[in-house]
Design a protein around this ligand. Sequence first.
Ligand SMILES: Nc1ncnc2c1ncn2[C@@H]1O[C@H](COP(=O)(O)OP(=O)(O)OP(=O)(O)O)[C@@H](O)[C@H]1O
Ligand SMILES: [Mg+2]
Length: 473
Amino acid sequence: MSSTIFIVDDEKNIRRTVRMVLEGEGFTVEEASSGEEALARLPEVAADVLLLDVQLPGISGLDTLERIAKLKSESQPTIIMISGHATLADAVRATKAGAYDLIEKPLDRERLMVALRNALERRAMAREVEGLRAMAEERSEMVGQSAAMLALKAQIAKVAPTRTRVLITGESGTGKELIAKAIHRQSALAAKPYVKVNCAAIPKELIESELFGHERGAFTGATARKRGLFEMADGGTIFLDEIGDMNLSAQAKVLRVLQSGEFSRVGGEQVLKVEVRVVAATNRDLQAAAAAGEFREDLYFRLNVVPLRAPPLRDRADDIPILAAAFIELACRENGMKVKTISAEALAVLAAYSWPGNVRELRNEIERLVILSEESIGVGDLREEIVAEVARRRRDAEAAPAELPRVELPAEARALPLREFRDHMEREYIRIKLDENGWNISRTAALLGIERTNLHKKMRALGLSRDNQGSAP
Ligand SMILES: Nc1ncnc2c1ncn2[C@@H]1O[C@H](COP(=O)(O)OP(=O)(O)OP(=O)(O)O)[C@@H](O)[C@H]1O
Ligand SMILES: [Mg+2]
């Protein structure tokens, strides 16, 4: 597709020359003779680059530029000003308003082409960056509609706008980092720095200097003064990830910052002060660590103002289908493939698997499937151990009756005709299984060895729902 250049000049000759030159170079050219006309036609022309004369009758070129800059539409053209006798003040004003370049008249063909190519190149790059940014944003979107996830999102929405400290706990891969980011993004500090520290990844000897910085000569190798992560996060949020792995001496310093906002750089005397919101996460049981003397109890209490728990994936199996769909789409797009599909049976197996590595494991499995499978992902494509575990569970569910003890039936039950007795028993059995699984349909169905839709049908027929838990009619 050829790029569109929009030339706005009141001199007909100039428009004609520019059109000739640019059409010769393969561009599409549109023209307007005033700022008013340019503004009116801007949406329809959808120009990539606007060549805008500074001196125009009616509203001037610079005013036109400023108005366009305020439009904030995605289809903003990149603007190059052209001028007969621009003053320095004009040039400054144009640059401030976001003009990309300014070319002197009479227009030199080479100069014009260079300016245009640069503008188009920068435009393409900006688009790419925007695309990457959108993708990164999407990668950190929290997917999930299960009761557990909705409750978590509601909690995040409540704590985010406050400045309160949050301690996020949960197994590995449950999305603790996403929660921390969501808190920052939904807070009043969203435009301020967000600094993430992986306390487990920084060597013990370096953590203090990473967190608080150091003065020149504080230790061998400290050849210059260095700012620490707390300083960099000033005014914003610091996310202390894997805080359970921080050593006791660093913990003491962190405690001091939490108490007073004060700290000193390693090897420094000067007391610095910061205002930082602290969000921490760990997959360890900090209370137990505190009891064992591995984690400062006072720090634990300071951090744990609002506890948030990221639920393990097996407790929200209802989310597995939408998570899988979201990851399939993302992986296909990132790899420039057409979006693949997944069979209902494969999805049922994914939903019944226990996911010890939680969402991260699911995501990795999906990425592998997207790369290796054909158009549609089937059960045969799934990782061996996933299929084996689910098959084992289904077998166990089927095999169980063999070892059942004999049941004593109450007289009321024995008095029922077979059909009513059977309905009653089935209802009781399903209700108990649903209760055991927090009324999670996917998981219960998988454990019963039936399809989800089938379970729904049965529940309807037996009058079972979460609110009406099927007391016998
Ligand atoms: N609700 C969710 N929606 C979409 N993606 C998710 C969700 N939860 C987790 N993920 C993805 O799963 C992966 C692991 O998430 P994250 O790194 O936040 O987990 P974690 O709890 O911090 O794990 P660890 O304790 O191992 O550090 C990431 O790729 C993340 O994008
Ligand atoms: Mg993490």
